[in-house]
Design a protein around this ligand. Structure first.
Ligand code: NDP
Length: 246
């Protein structure tokens, strides 16, 4: 089933991005996903989605690079049509004391997590505004709401994503473009692979639903916000965190 709508997901090779790409493919969307370097995971995800639809392309694009992003979005739109839904998901984190966070650590986190969102939004918006339709879903984190110790750079970037979402939603509402944010809690992906068992157990214990979440549960929330079921929802932050913060 091809609904002829095009969803562009950054960081789609694995984790939450891959689950989101799969979710939209199941709903008949044409899928473009970007990844940075992990070609093996990208190929795996591409093949998995191509079992559902032939309209899936994986592009190796660093979201930090403005010109590459503009060029890749133009290419993706030539292939599959204008982007209807942007899911700006690519992100990195580093767990470090703030006093040990180098300028390089700081810049790479801000350039990826918030700079990437700027680059992608600039690339898709002209066409969305002209067509008077579209939806942008940003991916923050519950740490962007509360702040996390030893993750000052990450928490800063994720809080900025919430500010970006709310401000852009106000600006784009009259153009019939909705902008919403999903703020996941602790989700079982490679981003958390470095956590030891004790930390994982303690994070589960601190979650009222007594477990960490799955990428598919985040993907469901992303899809909901992009769908017509959320047609009067814009500028909102939806927590998907098992009740960890309320
Ligand atoms: P993963 O580390 O599993 O995947 C990250 C994805 O982002 C990969 O596809 C990676 O590509 C891509 N990526 C990273 N940097 C770049 C870049 N510069 N250009 C293009 N792509 C890039 O992360 P998750 O799936 O866990 O996280 C996805 C999002 O969800 C992130 O924004 C994260 O902050 C957020 N989040 C995650 C939580 C969690 O507990 N997992 C909790 C809250 C928020 P490649 O494979 O090539 O490296």
């Amino acid at each position: 089933m091809d609904n002829q709508k095009h969803c562009l997901i950054t960081g789609g090779s694995r984790g939450i991005g891959a689950a989101t790409a799969y979710r939209f493919a199941k709903e008949g969307y044409r899928i473009t996903f970007f990844y940075r370097s992990d070609s093996e995971s990208a190929q795996y995800t591409l093949e998995r989605i191509r079992k559902i639809t032939s309209y899936c392309q994986a592009l190796k694009v660093d979201v930090r690079d403005y010109d590459s992003v503009q060029e890749a979005v133009r290419y993706a739109e030539e292939e599959f049509g204008p982007v209807d839904v942007l899911v700006s998901n690519a992100g990195i984190s580093k767990i470090k004391l703030f006093t040990e966070t180098t300028k390089e650590d700081w810049d790479s986190i801000q350039d990826t997590n918030i700079g990437g969102l700027y680059n992608l939004s600039q690339a898709v918006l002209h066409s969305m505004i002209k067509r008077h339709e579209g939806s942008i879903i940003t991916i923050s984190s519950m740490w962007g709401v509360t702040g996390a110790s030893c993750e000052v750079a990450y928490s800063t970037s994720k809080a900025a994503i919430i500010g970006f979402t709310k401000a852009l939603a106000l600006e784009l509402g009259p153009s019939n473009i909705r902008v919403n944010c999903v703020a996941p809690g602790v989700i079982d992906t490679e981003m958390n692979a470095s956590l030891d068992d004790e930390t994982r157990d303690s994070l589960s214990e601190n979650t009222p639903l007594c477990r960490i979440g799955t990428p598919e549960e985040v993907a469901d929330a992303v899809y909901f916000l992009a769908s017509d079921n959320a047609s009067f929802i814009t500028g909102q932050v939806l927590g998907v965190n098992g009740g960890y913060i309320t």
